[in-house]
Design a protein around this ligand. Structure first.
Ligand code: ZN
Length: 480
């Protein structure tokens, strides 16, 4: 593999590339799906290939192939150079990468148990046990559960002298119980909605989830939601649980800090950003207790790695400090435009995609409260958790979220269960109204394995650390 990489980079330079990099990837993905006591799906996919990115006359060219041999590497390298030359004819300004990045190293997800080494029967048995617990609850119409495992081995090499080997291992799983009545459907998920919670970790992460132990409660909550009170409409105090807060951070902070969106070079999927360049360093994004970091070094985070797909080492960068907007997610090219060095956020969805600026782990740093004290300190309000629906405008300012579950808070105590809970807000106003964040004991990194961006579409695996937090004067009960 090293020879193939060297040949590609030598050839790219011979053909006139000022810069070139190659990523060679072997990917194994396994997925198990169980529905109503039956194994519905079982897939094991193996994929390999390489992608070559070159810079010629200040413009990018990219080409890729699944055939890993010398002849093909030469053909694809020549093709990438031709594409770059064609792009250079229509470029507006030349790409500058800033100072060279030359790194040699290896990184491997510190997984304790290789998930692919655990017998398939054992993994299926765990899902069937959880499925059985859910279906014990009378009235459950559909019980679904699943597991996903990924092993990605990657070599990155560049003409600047980087040579990096990485192996990323991901493990994910989740449950979903659906209850129906004549005129209604309610769903409850565990540990998170949309299928699963995922981490860069081994099978020990699945074992620690307590899927079987939480299955019955999850199903009972789905049933209880059918006859729960509607979420009221009005303005009140809102406490968000960690899983919902993770998506709140994702949509209202993670996406608008992607510097390619800010610069207008990437605009698909609710596209640009209100966090324009003149705001950097002084715009009040949230209250003084709001501290947000982008941290690709956190053990277990779904956005954790050793080096990004430009070979830049994983970093922890302040994004919001004491409420003030301090930083973007950057690539080498975009960072150099604002006089900075890349903070290592370029990631590609496989060998046949060009890297884009993607979230790493975007975290709301913990505060000082216990959840018990926070609820006791809240005279009146609503607690909401687990995302059900979301929408946010093009600039990432006006948002609406719906959650699977909610409870009234009355005189410092959790009260009645509420269904179809929703809230809305404007990003800086909402974060500005944050007046309490729970402590590290309640803090957890949630994995979001389905972040879409780019054309052709790429799906990124990102993380969000969060503990429950309180927001004042929030409009709730806005959609039906
Ligand atoms: Zn996203």
């Amino acid at each position: 593999m090293k020879e193939l990489a060297e040949r590609a980079l030598d050839l790219a330079q011979l053909k006139g590339a000022a810069y070139g990099d190659i990523r060679i990837i072997h990917l194994v993905t396994e997925r198990i799906d169980v529905k109503n006591g039956v194994v519905e799906g079982l897939s094991l996919n193996r994929d390999q290939g390489f992608g070559i990115r070159v810079l010629v006359d200040g413009a990018w060219g990219f080409a890729s192939s699944s055939r890993l041999n010398l002849e093909e590497v030469e053909r694809v390298t020549a093709q990438a150079v031709e594409i770059a030359k064609a792009s250079a004819l229509v470029k507006r300004e030349g790409v500058e990468l800033g100072p060279p990045e030359a790194h040699k190293g290896t990184y491997r997800t510190p997984a304790k148990i290789d998930p692919f080494s655990v017998p398939l029967e054992e993994r299926i048995a765990l899902l069937l046990a959880a499925d059985g617990e859910m279906r014990k609850v009378k009235g459950i119409a559909v019980a679904e559960s699943g597991m996903t495992f990924i092993k990605e081995a990657q070599i990155f090499a560049s003409t600047e002298g980087s040579y990096i080997e990485q192996e990323i291992i991901e493990s994910g799983a989740g449950l979903e119980a659906m209850a129906t009545s004549e005129d209604e459907v309610q769903t409850r998920s565990y540990p998170n909605s949309f299928g699963r919670h995922q981490a860069t970790a081994g099978y020990e992460f699945i074992e620690s989830m307590g899927l079987v132990e939480n299955a019955q409660r999850t199903a009972e909550e789905a049933i209880a939601l059918l006859t729960a009170k509607q979420c009221p409409s009005g303005i009140t105090t809102l406490i968000l649980g960690g899983t919902q807060l993770a998506l709140q951070i994702h949509e209202s902070c993670g996406h608008p800090i992607e510097l390619d969106r800010v610069m207008g070079t990437e605009a698909s999927y609710a596209g640009t950003s209100f966090l324009t360049l003149e705001k950097l360093g002084h715009f009040r994004y949230g209250s003084e207790i709001v501290n947000i970091t982008a941290d690709a070094t956190l053990p277990g985070g779904l956005g954790t790695f050793g080096y990004d797909d430009e070979g830049v080492p994983a970093q922890c960068t302040p994004i919001v400090k004491e409420g003030v907007f301090m930083g973007y997610l950057t690539s080498r090219e975009t960072a150099s435009k604002i006089g900075q060095r890349s903070n290592g956020a370029m990631r590609a969805d496989g060998w046949n995609r060009i890297p884009l600026i993607r979230m790493t782990n975007i975290n709301l740093e913990p505060g000082e409260w216990t959840l018990e004290d926070l609820i006791a300190n809240t005279e009146e309000g609503i607690f909401m958790d687990t995302n059900k629906s979301w929408s946010i405008d093009d600039k990432r300012l006006n948002f609406q979220f719906g959650t699977e579950i909610a409870y009234e808070i009355k005189k410092g105590k959790l009260g009645a269960l509420l269904k179809n809970a929703t809230y809305t807000g404007i990003t800086p106003e909402f974060w500005g109204s944050c007046d309490a964040i729970c402590n590290r004991d309640h803090w957890q990194i949630w994995g979001t394995p389905n972040c879409g961006k780019g054309q052709p579409s790429q799906s990124a695996h990102v993380g969000h650390g969060a503990a429950p937090a309180r927001f004042r004067n929030v409009r709730v009960g806005v959609m039906r």
